[in-house]
Design a protein around this ligand. Structure first.
Ligand SMILES: [Mg+2]
Length: 246
């Protein structure tokens, strides 16, 4: 299985996020919609994704390790593969090998507490959605397997648009779908990669970072995260504890 360093460390739930403003200073009023990234944010899939990428790079003779992955990572896999050293004319070939190597999400595990946290948000009146770089035929079966399909009503998949994060288009489409195209600040985007934060800030949504192997708190903040939590359930608990949001 994947490189252990890419998996969420067991102490992650106790990760202390310092220098946070008081919750009452974070939100003038509750968000109307909360939109989530998928891999590494709601589900623990970064290890299996790493394995598939490692198999491709090994076949192509391209150096690859966790540090190179983190440094060159991009939600747009074509961009990431070019950064890693795959020639443009061999991207289709690399993609075929990746598809043959990837378990298509079969090994992904939903992070503990995610489903109850999303239910709490929904009960508190929020519309919930997904903006992922993952393709529809890979992510949708996982949504159904984990019982999240009814909770995440708005979905933008990686193959819905020709552009990817940090391009603002995927998030803009989700905002339009929840009726917030003209008021993006009334939505939050929650993700684990620096490009998630860049997309959120470009669009004008509240950027929430979830610490992961692709984005430690410092990197997420540098990319524009307004707050960083160790997990989605931790962030939801803090957000709902704000009396105006509960
Ligand atoms: Mg992610």
């Amino acid at each position: 299985m994947g490189d252990p360093s890419l998996r969420r460390p067991p102490h992650a739930a106790r990760l202390t996020v310092e220098d946070e403003p008081a919750t009452s200073e974070r939100y003038d009023r509750p968000m109307q919609a909360i939109l989530f990234d998928w891999d590494g944010t709601l589900v623990d899939s970064l290890g299996t994704l790493y394995d598939a990428n490692a198999a491709v790079m090994q076949a192509f003779g391209v150096p690859f390790d966790p540090d190179l992955y983190r440094t060159h990572y991009a939600p747009d896999w074509r961009l990431m593969y070019r950064r890693l050293g795959i020639a443009a004319e061999r991207l289709d070939e690399a993609n075929e090998l990746w598809l043959a190597s990837y378990d298509r999400g079969a090994g992904a595990i939903m992070f503990a507490g995610v489903k109850p946290a999303l239910r709490r948000l929904k009960r508190a009146g929020h519309r919930l959605g997904l903006v992922t770089a993952g393709d529809r035929d890979i992510v949708l079966p996982q949504l159904e397997r984990f019982g999240l399909a009814n909770l995440l009503e708005v979905r933008v998949f990686g193959d819905d648009l020709p552009v990817h994060k940090p391009d603002p288009a995927p998030l803009s489409r989700a905002l339009a779908d929840v009726g917030l195209a003209a008021s993006p600040a009334q939505a939050a985007y929650v993700g684990d990669a620096p490009d998630d934060m860049r997309m959120a800030r470009t669009v004008g949504t509240h950027a929430v970072g979830i610490a992961s192997s692709l984005g430690d708190p410092a990197a997420l903040r540098a990319a524009g995260a307004l707050e960083v939590a160790a997990s989605v359930p931790e962030w939801v608990a803090g957000y709902l504890a704000d009396s105006s949001a509960a």
